[in-house]
Structures are given as C-alpha cells and as structure tokens.
Design a protein around this ligand. Structure first.
Ligand code: ZN
Length: 500
C-alpha cells in the first residue's frame, strides 16, 4: 500500500467509523427525548389535576364557609338624572337558609347629582362575611325639548314679514331653560332648530316656513247676537271690533234686509275680509215685535202641566174656542203639553225645578234650569220656545236672597239670547195658598180688565179653583167685547219693574 492509497483508505475508514458512532448517538438521543417528553407530559397532567383539585377545594371551601349574595340585575346600572332610584334587589342564603334580611346595604344614590355611586351589600354569618358591590351611574340621557307657541311642523308668517325668533322655547331636565342656546338655520323652505344640553343630548327640529296669511280676522259685534225692536223703531247696525294678524285695514261688509215695519226675525250678516281673502262672519238676529194689542186678554197658566186640572182647563178652552199660553215646568205628564200644543195654544218656558234657591243661585244656574225645561218642550213639540216667564216674575225680590242683582242681569241677558219674557198686569191670586174661592178669583181678574191696555192675566193650571173660575172669566170677557189671544213669537213684552 503506497502512501496515497493508505490515506484514501484511512479517510474512508474514519468516515465509516464516524458514521457508525453518529448513527448510534442519534438512536440514543431519540430515546432520551421521548422519555423526556413523556415525563413532561405526566408532570403537566399532574399539575393540572392538582390545580383543578385546588380550585374545586377552594370553591367547596367558599361554598361551605361563606354565605352567598346574589344581586338582581346588573352589577353596573344606569339611572336617569332626577328619576327615582329603586334598589333592584338581592338575595342571600347559606345552604338554603334565607339570609336576605341580614344583608347590610351601604351607599346612597343621589339622582339629583350626576355621578357614580357604589352600593355595597354585606352579610356575615358565623364570622364569615361576603361583600358584593354594585355601581349605580346617575346619567342624563334625556333630550332637551323644543316647543313652539304655534304649529310645530309648519310656520306661517305674514307676507313680506320678518321672522322674529320669538315663538319657541327650549327646556332641558338638567340645564333648565336653554332657549338662548338654540341655533336656528334656514335650509330652503325649512327652518332647522338645534340645541344640545351639557351632556351632549342633541335635539333637532325641522319646520316648514310659509309666507302666507291663513288666519281669518277677528270680528266681534258690540250689539250681541240678537237685538229686539218694536215696530217703527229705527234700526241701526251694530258697531263692531275687527282685527287681523297681518292686515291693519280690514273691510267689513254688512248684508241682509231688516223691515222694521213688519214683525219678524231678520238677519244682518257682517263679513270681514283681509287682503289674503280670509273671511270672518258674524250674524245678528234682529227681532221686530208687534205693537201691543190693547184690549186683548192673554190668559197665561204657570206651573203645569198637572193631571186633573190642566186637562179640564184644555177642555174649557176648546169649548170656548179660546187660545191661551202655558208656561210649563218639568213636572206633570208630557202628553198634556203635547195636547196643549196640538190644540193651538202657546207653550212657554217657566222653570224646570221651580226651586228659587236653584233657579236664582247664579246666572249660569238660571240658564241651566231654563235649558232643561227648554229641552223638554223641544222634545215634546219639536219646536224651540223663546217665550219665558220668570218664576215670581221679573219684579220678584226673593231672588235677592240667593243672588243680589240677578234680575237686572237676567232681564237683559235673556233678551240678548233671543228670548222674550212676559210678566203680568192682572193677578188672579189663585196661587195664594187656596185663600180665595173661584168666585173671588173671577172677580180679581174681571175687575182689572181694561180696553185701554194689554190684559196679561196670571193663572196657574195646577189649581182646582182656577179651573172652576176659568169659564166665568171667559164668559165675562166675551160679553164685554174682549178678544182672547195666545202669546205669539212677536208679541210685545209685558214687563214689571225690576227690583233686584
Ligand atoms: Zn210659578
């Protein structure tokens, strides 16, 4: 073997040797690593088991030793500023034993101040205590409110006018009045109102703007809704008050004919028109009364109807072919009112209750009572009566006891409301507690009759004596050239002197 060959051989030999040991080393190494891995794995598993066991023991310990507290609702809750805070509740127990009454709750929530308020719940049982905490946040999440004195969706301005920014208001629950913080911007035909409160709660309101007058003028007649005249009186139009939101000069036109030479009801129509053609209308009724008929006898019967007297009186009137007037109340049967109306007599309004303390308690009280009897008559006859007889007459003084001055007010007010009232100038005295018999009653009436005046006779169809006197009164009248009539819609009023 020469030197060269030896070297080659030697090199190869070492290569071979090295390879052998290297492979061996690799084998041993792999084995060791596997062992190590297995060992680690075992240790990790052990540790985990211990940990789980530890936690379990801890949990068990807690469960066995410490009482429980469970909070109702969230651990963090929000309540609104200035609302009322209500404790959401809690429960405490130890192995089924209710400890809730033993829980001490500490901490207060002041909803009048924004902030965070911790509430602690603590319970101690056999020396072991448990504490839980809840955070209550008092927040302002409500939005400011923008309100308008006019329509909040549409704003109507007078043509060619300026917007005065004086028709809105902004109020916030926290900041109070923040009207001065409202920013108004114009976007085409819209106005946009924006305002934010201290906590950034932002309110945006949009309104459409129109330059157009949509409001009619205001028109009031000084003369009222009804005016009453006698034939031959001169009629003058009522004065009036007129105004408009946009225009200063408003035209008022008056139309409708009034003929003061003829009794009847007329209408004068007042029409106010502004420059945008909005109109307001008021109607005044003009009632022209007939001249009083001298020598005519108007037999009037108050306080009915009543079964047993009113029906007999109706029989007599029918037999004598005389028309009379019945001022009715709300008592008695409907069919007697119906019969009187059907047989051509006039039905007037006396009073529903005939209780002076009710009727004359006040103006409203009078008209409430009048409405009740008026509704009855309308229901029975189908016709609204405008004829009134005041209980006790317009001259009564008993009303002063309930309401001083009421007759002065009522005698004017009923006429303004389109009624006519009729007092009497001959009293049959049949209502004076049965003091007088039929002959005396007849005499009281016949002795006062006159051809030089209207004879308005007061009687009561609920009285037996009246019933008995009636035939003689009628006979006397006829024999002495008198004419009987009922009160008509335009009969001139007969008024006594007002004393209250
Ligand atoms: Zn009466």
């Amino acid at each position: 073997m020469n030197r060269r060959n030896y070297r080659r051989y030697h090199r190869n030999y070492h290569r071979y040797r090295y390879n052998r040991y290297y492979k061996l080393y690799q084998k041993v190494n792999a084995l060791q690593r596997k062992r190590l891995a297995d060992y680690s794995m075992r240790k990790i598993t052990e540790c985990t088991l211990f940990l789980v066991l530890g936690v379990c023991l801890l949990f068990l310990y807690q469960m066995l030793v410490f009482p429980r507290i469970d909070l109702e609702g969230s651990k963090v809750i929000e309540v609104e500023y200035q609302s009322k805070y209500k404790e959401p509740g809690f429960a405490s127990s130890y192995f089924g034993e209710n400890l809730s009454p033993m829980v001490k709750v500490k901490g207060k929530v002041d909803t009048s101040k924004i902030g965070e308020y911790p509430i602690t719940y603590q319970v101690t049982y056999h020396g072991f205590s448990t504490t839980k905490t809840r955070i209550v946040k008092v927040v302002d999440s409500s939005y400011p409110e923008i309100t308008f004195t006019t329509d909040d969706k549409k704003l109507y301005l007078c043509p060619d006018s300026k917007y005065l920014y004086d028709d809105y208001k902004a109020v916030d629950n926290y900041d109070g009045d923040i009207t001065d913080k409202v920013k108004v911007t114009k976007n085409g035909e819209k106005l946009i109102y924006v305002v934010s409160d201290t906590f950034g709660n932002k309110t945006v309101v949009e309104r459409d703007v129109f330059y157009k007058d949509i409001l009619e003028p205001t028109l009031e007649l000084d003369g009222g809704d009804v005016t009453t005249l006698a034939i031959g009186d001169t009629f003058t139009d009522s004065t009036y008050q007129v105004s408009d939101n946009c225009d200063k000069n408003i035209k008022v036109e008056v139309s409708g004919d009034v003929d003061t030479s003829k009794a009847g009801t007329y209408e004068r129509v007042y029409t106010a028109t502004d420059s945008s053609s909005n109109t307001a209308k008021k109607v005044q009724k003009v009632i022209v009364l007939e001249p009083s008929k001298q020598g005519v006898i108007y037999l009037t019967f108050d306080d009915g109807p009543r079964s047993g007297t009113t029906d007999i009186i109706l029989n007599i009137l029918k037999e004598e072919n005389v028309k009379a007037t019945f001022f009715v109340t709300n008592s008695g049967p409907d069919d007697l009112i119906k019969r009187a109306y059907d047989e051509g007599h006039a039905i007037g309004l006396h009073t529903a209750s005939h209780d002076y303390s009710v009727v004359y308690a006040s103006g409203d009280s009078y008209f409430n009572d009048l409405k009740l009897v008026s509704e009855r008559v309308k229901r029975i006859t189908g016709e609204e009566s405008k004829l009134i007889r005041f209980p006790g007459g317009s001259s009564n003084t008993i009303s002063r006891k309930y309401s001083p001055g009421i007759m002065s007010y009522l005698t004017q007010e009923v006429v303004k409301r389109g009624y006519r009232y009729y007092d009497w100038n001959i009293d049959s005295r049949d209502a004076e507690g049965g003091r007088f018999n039929a002959d005396e009653i007849t005499k009281f009436v016949t002795s006062k009759l006159s051809h030089d005046k209207v004879n308005m006779v007061l009687m009561h169809d609920i009285k037996v004596t009246t019933m008995e006197a009636l035939r003689n009164i009628i006979r006397y009248g006829k024999e002495n050239g008198y004419v009987f009539d009922k009160i008509g819609p335009y009969t001139d009023m007969v008024m006594q002197h007002v004393n209250n």
